[in-house]
Design a protein around this ligand. Structure first.
Ligand SMILES: NC(=O)c1ccc[n+]([C@@H]2O[C@H](COP(=O)([O-])OP(=O)(O)OC[C@H]3O[C@@H](n4cnc5c(N)ncnc54)[C@H](OP(=O)(O)O)[C@@H]3O)[C@@H](O)[C@H]2O)c1
Length: 230
């Protein structure tokens, strides 16, 4: 059950680590920073039989998930994931990225400022989203498509500099493709499940390279940080 550090190119740690060490091990090397935290099985599934990531993650992954939530300024999530995983308001602002512009059902009653929508000018739901959340809570960037680096810049302008995205796969693909992502934080659980499941990146091809910054291991689960090469 020991959590061990195998690689730490940023901080130079090695050997056993505890939950208390996670804040330092996962600290962004600079701000602003946008990391995307995901989990996958050995055979590349990004969800399990329930259709949610909760059916493939495990205790040590949840521990890192909570450590990342604790240190971030805002959580950025694709509308598909917000809908499927029934996202609720969090301690920090939740930024829902959407083209359609529909505020997910369970977030419509959120307290003012707790939910922001990131969308583009031709979003069909723009007027309704503004009425529901308030004009100031709807971030606009791009005309036909959401300009993710511009959304990131708007969040930074609001003082939200340590950004945590929790996917999903289409948003991760676009964050990597647009260069808005700085880091992929990935847990690989020691299971295979076959069947038909999304991978952690979905959509049209994008070839990106990463440098390994951190690798932790517990009972065969690998928890890594990979920094996007610019
Ligand atoms: N393994 C993991 O770590 C992990 C993490 C998260 C989710 N998941 C799983 O992934 C599945 C959901 O996959 P998904 O690909 O549908 O998730 P997703 O990327 O969160 O959702 C896709 C939807 O989000 C919005 N969106 C994403 N990128 C956008 C962009 N660049 N611009 C504008 N809108 C954008 C669009 O919403 P609109 O339709 O509203 O325009 C799009 O239809 C679920 O099974 C979930 O459990 C797994």
């Amino acid at each position: 059950m020991t959590l061990r550090c195998l690689v730490d190119s940023l901080g130079g740690r090695s050997g056993p680590v505890t939950e208390d060490d996670l804040e330092a091990l996962y600290r962004p090397p600079r701000l602003p920073w946008l990391r995307v935290n995901m989990v996958s099985t050995l055979d590349g599934a990004a969800n399990g039989e329930s259709g949610k990531s909760g059916s493939i993650n495990n205790e040590v992954d949840r521990m890192v998930f909570h450590a990342l939530r604790t240190q971030c300024d805002a959580v950025v999530v694709g509308a598909g994931t917000a809908r499927t995983e029934r996202y609720r308001e969090a301690e920090v602002p939740l930024v829902v990225v959407t083209h359609q512009g529909q505020v997910p059902e369970q977030l419509r009653e959120a307290a003012p400022g707790k939910v922001l929508l990131a969308t583009c000018a031709d979003s069909p739901g723009l007027d309704e989203a503004r009425a529901l959340l308030g004009e100031d809570q709807v971030l606009l960037a791009g005309d036909a498509q959401v300009d993710l680096p511009a959304i990131k810049a708007q969040l930074v302008e609001r003082g939200l500099r340590n950004l945590l995205s929790e996917g999903g796969p289409h948003l991760l693909r676009d964050l990597v493709d647009s260069g808005a992502a700085d880091e992929l934080t990935l847990t690989v659980v020691p299971r295979t499940i076959a069947g038909v499941h999304p991978r952690i990146l979905m959509g049209t091809a994008v070839d990106a390279s990463f440098d390994l910054a951190l690798l932790l291991e517990q009972d065969g689960t690998l928890l890594g940080r990979w920094l996007l090469r610019s």
